[in-house]
Design a protein around this ligand. Structure first.
Ligand code: NAI
Ligand code: MG
Length: 358
């Protein structure tokens, strides 16, 4: 029951964005054909660097109002060689994250079958994590300033902001994810030995919120020790929660340990569902390979799984994930993960697997 029509705003944007989002939309179309009642209403937006060259901005003034009418946003990547990165990033992607209060950034990381990991003697099943990144405050709050520019006494501050509301809501979200996974295990990343205020508050709130989740086992690890544990004992981790900066760094490490940037997905979630959430591959616009037809579409497929889960389409999500795994284990993969296939060939194989599965 329920309306199973989902309004998706697709923003392919720059570089390989249109290649991988185009592939992702084909896969969504296949899932729709495969499943009775499931329907996607896709609206494509031509925002990004081309739009900027024509209009002097990355999206129109009323961009957020246009997006607001949708159930989810499917985003490619921004970035162009001839436009400064802070313009492309702050002009499109960040205003969406901030304007829609997408305070939870979720990054599933897993070694997929057929994708080689740089970790010696490890493979499928040894690394299966969900990293939850605080996405609205912390070290990236944008609070700070500079004085006495250019003078010997020049000073710059970059203030990390931790609020009780902000920390509590991300902890609850992370505990809930941990609770939903079979191992019910959460690791809270901290640095409260050196950062005596914000991160001590972070630890205290973790302990408070943990009492609401008596069935979740949790522990605390300092961020530096965490890099060691991720590398040497990946199987000891399951769900991970960290501040904006810490999770930014740790999730790049996680992506590398799992094989490639080309397979890593992410979701920017408003857990209260006041606004549409945004789903995207972690990678950027990759202009070194744009137009060559070899962009790995797996990250954009995997984030489509995240989007389907968020939309309540668990069955379609599982079907797509199974198709991804089938294709990866068959060795049909793009050059970034050691294969010889094109974006087209990987996409066709995934679509075939969607129709081939029960
Ligand atoms: P990048 O992620 O675009 O590329 C890094 C390397 O990984 C490149 O060699 C690229 O070819 C490869 N790569 C990335 N995705 C791939 C895929 N799907 N298949 C195969 N290979 C893939 O990062 P880079 O080069 O640092 O940045 C390029 C532009 O992207 C910059 O303008 C940057 O600001 C922007 N960027 C945007 C992001 C976003 O929109 N969320 C995130 C990261 C970077
Ligand atoms: Mg990063």
């Amino acid at each position: 029951s329920g309306d199973r029509t989902h309004k998706i705003a697709a923003i392919p944007a720059d570089g390989i964005g249109p290649e991988v989002i185009g592939a992702g939309l084909e896969v969504l179309h296949a899932l729709q054909q495969r499943s009775d009642g499931l329907r996607f209403e896709i609206t494509q937006f031509d925002w990004g660097s081309d739009y900027y060259r024509e209009h002097g901005k990355m999206m129109p003034e009323d961009g957020l109002a246009q997006l607001r009418k949708h159930d989810a946003i499917y985003f490619g990547a921004v970035g162009a060689p001839d436009i400064a990165d802070h313009i492309t990033l702050w002009g499109l992607r960040l205003p969406i994250c901030q304007g829609f209060d997408q305070y939870a950034n979720v990054r599933p990381t897993r070694i997929l079958p057929g994708i080689p990991t740089p970790l010696r003697d490890r493979g499928v099943g040894d690394l299966d994590w969900v990293i939850v990144r605080e996405n609205s405050e912390g070290e990236y709050s944008g609070h700070g300033g500079r004085a006495h520019r250019g003078l010997p006494e020049e000073v710059a501050t970059e203030v990390a902001i931790f609020t009780r509301v902000g920390v509590t809501r991300i902890m609850r979200f992370a505990f809930r994810i941990a609770q939903s996974r079979p191992r019910k295990l959460l690791t809270v990343v901290t640095k409260s030995n050196a950062q005596r205020f914000g991160l001590v508050l972070w630890d205290e709130i973790a302990a408070e919120v943990s009492t609401e989740f008596p069935d979740v086992k949790w522990d605390k690890v300092l961020v530096d020790a965490m890099t060691v544990r991720m590398t040497l004992h990946p199987e000891s981790l399951d769900t991970i929660v960290a501040t904006n900066l810490h999770a930014d760094i740790l999730s790049d490490l996680a992506g590398a340990l799992a094989g490639s940037l080309g397979v890593a997905p992410t979701a920017n979630i408003d857990p209260e569902r006041r606004f549409p959430s945004m789903f995207e591959p972690i990678h950027g616009s990759a202009f070194d390979i744009t137009g060559k037809g070899i962009a790995n579409p797996i990250a954009s497929f995997w984030t489509a799984c995240q989007m389907l889960d968020h939309l309540g389409e668990a069955e379609a999500s599982a079907r797509l994930m199974k198709a991804i795994e089938t294709v990866c284990s068959a060795g049909i993969s793009t050059p970034d993960v050691g294969g010889t296939a094109t974006t087209r060939e990987v996409t066709d194989a995934v679509i075939k697997a969607i129709f081939g599965s029960n």
